[in-house]
Design a protein around this ligand. Structure first.
Ligand SMILES: N[C@@H](CCC(=O)N[C@@H](CS)C(=O)NCC(=O)O)C(=O)O
Length: 239
């Protein structure tokens, strides 16, 4: 059976990483049996030093896009067979926009925003034994801030980053309109991609009912909120 390696359930969603959620949901949509093994410790065994990766009977594949391509080919997944070449091209480019753009706004919203950080710190590092949990979080937070600076998003003000995220959200809301799924009545692998990013803003629940400004902004888009609910009703009954 395929094993999916991720970080683990967090903030009420399948995984803290949208990329892990993407693969998890894709396999649910495609009815591919799999088991999940969770923990940051698997970063050390990942071929690319990041999560997710899968192990399919000894064949190890890393990176969510590579995993989806591998599974589509080896398990004859038919989720996207009705899509035109133009729709597939749009799906690919929007996927890249979410993975490389909106994702960094999410990282900022958890690791840098001062009001979210205590919740992220507790969720990501709360189980570390003392004294590690006293100093590891700030070391990793500094590394993430450096990554955000290198990528570029971290050079903007909080309001500018929120406005960037909102442009992606408003675009997704416009594209979805009143359809059930992004390409119509049937779900495709692209819905797994969009859900994986949206759930990290819309479906997350922090302690004490806290919501950061990014979550509040995302929840303004009723059709996106309903889309997340639709996916969860269909694929995450156990939630
Ligand atoms: N392009 C990769 C991105 C995966 C990724 O960035 N994973 C992050 C978590 S969201 C990670 O493992 N970060 C750990 C690190 O950079 O040390 C994919 O699509 O799977």
């Amino acid at each position: 059976m395929i094993t999916l390696y991720g970080f683990g359930k967090c903030f009420n969603v399948m995984d803290a990483s949208p990329f892990v959620v993407k693969v998890d949901l894709f396999m649910r949509m495609a009815n591919i049996p799999f088991q999940v093994k969770s923990g940051a410790k698997y970063l050390k065994t990942s071929p690319k030093g990041k999560l997710p990766f899968i192990d399919d009977g000894g064949k190890v594949v890393a990176d969510s896009e590579a995993i989806v391509s591998y599974l589509t080919k080896h398990y004859q997944v038919t989720l996207d067979t009705e899509l035109t070449s133009e729709q597939k091209a749009q799906a690919y480019l929007i996927t890249k926009s979410l993975d490389e753009g909106l994702y960094w706004c999410l990282v900022y919203s958890r690791w840098v925003l001062d009001d979210s950080w205590p919740f992220a710190k507790k969720a990501f590092f709360g189980k570390l034994p003392a004294p590690l949990r006293w100093f590891i979080p700030s070391i990793i937070r500094r590394k993430v801030k450096n990554n955000l600076h290198g990528q570029g998003v971290g050079r903007h003000s909080p309001d500018e980053i929120l406005a960037m995220a909102d442009k992606s959200l408003t675009s997704l809301s416009t594209l979805l309109a009143d359809k059930d799924f992004f390409f119509g009545e049937q779900h495709t692998s692209f819905d797994a991609v969009v859900y994986s990013h949206l759930c990290e803003f819309i479906s997350v629940r922090f302690d004490c009912g806290f919501e950061n400004v990014f979550t509040k902004q995302a929840k303004n888009y009723q059709n996106l909120v309903q889309f997340c609910q639709r996916i969860e009703d269909k694929f995450y009954q156990e939630k």
